[in-house]
Design a protein around this ligand. Structure first.
Ligand SMILES: Nc1ncnc2c1ncn2[C@@H]1O[C@H](COP(=O)(O)OP(=O)(O)O)[C@@H](O)[C@H]1O
Ligand SMILES: [Mg+2]
Length: 268
């Protein structure tokens, strides 16, 4: 395959100075209800961060702040600061389409476009002008599918609809689609909750392989999953970030009573 095809091949410039993204005192309101109550957190490229906590505690709400997905919710209002490489994500000058390519998202339910497997991947690179020719685009598509661990399964059926794949394959297709535009951050909101254990294991393996190249944040209600795949864990409760630290510490020696109660299954 062509080694110069598209940005996905370019070595990423090291940018070790500071976090990839920062949230400072972020509040989110839905109408008058405060769903997130002043959360600060840094996201770095060398680790997977898991967001855990009981249903309704604000995990998805917070995750969606990082690529302004809350903009699509009419009643949502976000205050505080979120930066990407020091740049204010909520600045009026921010190009939200560009932002969502740089900060990609994978949802709970696999949502391939009603198009071919090839087109699912090619769509983003095409609208972002990442390929100068069909062969470059082919290279980007192959590379993204390779990285998502899906290439050998779909190489002979690229013209088939993405929706014809199994659920686990569809989710890896959605991850490949996010990767194809060479994001810096990948946000995943319970990406395995609709998958069976084998498909889940494949996605977990994939997340581990992607670690280091992309900053990855994953919301999960599955504490075993958080323990398996993340290096840092953030525990949320009723809109507060209660505790954030090394995953091992959070699960073996939590500092906060609320964290301990949650991981020992007292509520949740
Ligand atoms: N679109 C919305 N409109 C109004 N309230 C919402 C909306 N989305 C979430 N909420 C509320 O915000 C709180 C946090 O929800 P959410 O971020 O989805 O929690 P989690 O992902 O941790 O389950 C909940 O009380 C939920 O009911
Ligand atoms: Mg959620």
């Amino acid at each position: 395959m062509n080694e110069t095809a598209g940005l996905a091949h370019a070595p990423r410039l090291a940018s070790n100075a500071g976090p990839k993204m920062s949230a400072r005192d972020v509040h989110v309101f839905y109408g008058t209800t405060e769903a997130l109550k002043g959360v600060s957190l840094d996201i770095t490229t060398d680790e997977v961060i898991a967001f855990i906590g009981p249903s309704g505690c604000g995990k998805s709400t917070f995750l969606r702040c990082f690529n302004r997905m809350n903009d699509t919710v009419a009643s949502a209002r976000v205050t505080g600061t979120i930066t990407l490489e020091g740049e204010d994500v909520y600045a009026p000058t921010m190009d939200v389409v560009q932002l969502r390519a740089r900060v990609g998202m994978v949802f709970q339910k696999p949502n391939p476009f009603p198009k071919s497997i090839y087109e699912n991947i090619a769509y983003g690179p095409r609208i972002h002008g990442l390929a100068r020719s069909r062969s470059e685009l082919d290279g980007i598509v192959e590379n993204a599918l390779q990285r998502a661990g899906l290439w050998t399964e779909v190489r002979d059926r690229l013209d088939e609809p993405g929706t014809a794949l199994s659920g686990g394959q569809q989710q890896r297709l959605c991850i490949a689609r996010a990767i194809a535009v060479d994001p810096e951050v990948i946000l995943m909101d319970e990406p395995c909750s609709a998958l069976d254990p084998i498909a889940t294991a494949k996605v977990e393996e994939l997340i581990d392989e992607l670690r280091g190249r992309y900053a990855i944040v994953i919301v999960t209600h599955n504490m075993q999953q958080a323990a398996r795949i993340s290096q840092k864990t953030a525990f949320f409760h009723l809109g507060d970030l209660v505790e954030f630290g090394d995953t091992r510490q959070i699960f073996t020696n939590p500092r906060e009573t609320r964290t301990k109660d949650y991981i020992t299954g007292r509520y949740g």
